[in-house]
Write a protein that binds this ligand. Sequence first.
Ligand SMILES: O=C1O[C@H](COP(=O)(O)O)[C@@H](O)[C@H](O)[C@H]1O
Length: 232
Amino acid sequence: MIKETVFKAFDNKATLERQLAERIGDQLQEAVDARGQASLVVSGGSTPLALFETLSQRGIDWNKVHITLADERWVENEHADSNEKSVKRHLLINKAASAKFQGLKNMFSTPEQGTAMAAEQLAHFSRPFDVVILGMGNDGHTCSWFPCSAELTQTLTTDDLCVAVNPTTAPNARLSLSKSAILASRQIYLHIVGEDKLSVYRQALTSKAVDEMPIRAVLDQHRTPVDVYWSA
Ligand SMILES: O=C1O[C@H](COP(=O)(O)O)[C@@H](O)[C@H](O)[C@H]1O
């Protein structure tokens, strides 16, 4: 069994999004006040889009906030599957339009070739990351750390910042931040919505087999606080 830390349940998405956006906004501003800049890592997928829009309306020093992705699909930035495209449409708007964004996709044709450049481009981010927002797939993946991927062990053990991932159960080659990069954070939020994701999360807590459900690599550690925000 994995010991659960903080689990916050909400009746509806909008309340979760409001409260989580307020907390993240406060933490980013505190980081700016303390260290002159803040770093925020966000996930792809559909779950965080409304949270992004709520967060984008917070009145903080966005021009001192550096934002990147926990994972990216290796597609052009205008492709429908691009996480960068989602962030530009849903987060880098309103007051957050002045935030500094660095994507993971670059000019190389494969994520394997692009890994070194992606890591170099994140060199100016303040570390540990101040806030990381993670999602979770119904197979227990997070950050494109898929149970099926041949690179999973590397992803979970390397000291490198970025890893190329080739899932067999999902489209597109990917580039992910590694486990060591994600856990080198001051605060991680796992943001999940709906009964299916709640069941997957509960299932993840029942065992420590990370290769079956990679989200366990985040849930089963004591280095970095992980607060789970769930809404119906
Ligand atoms: O493919 C992915 O999916 C998960 C969850 O996506 P959602 O659409 O159910 O929110 C996402 O968190 C992750 O970044 C990505 O790898």
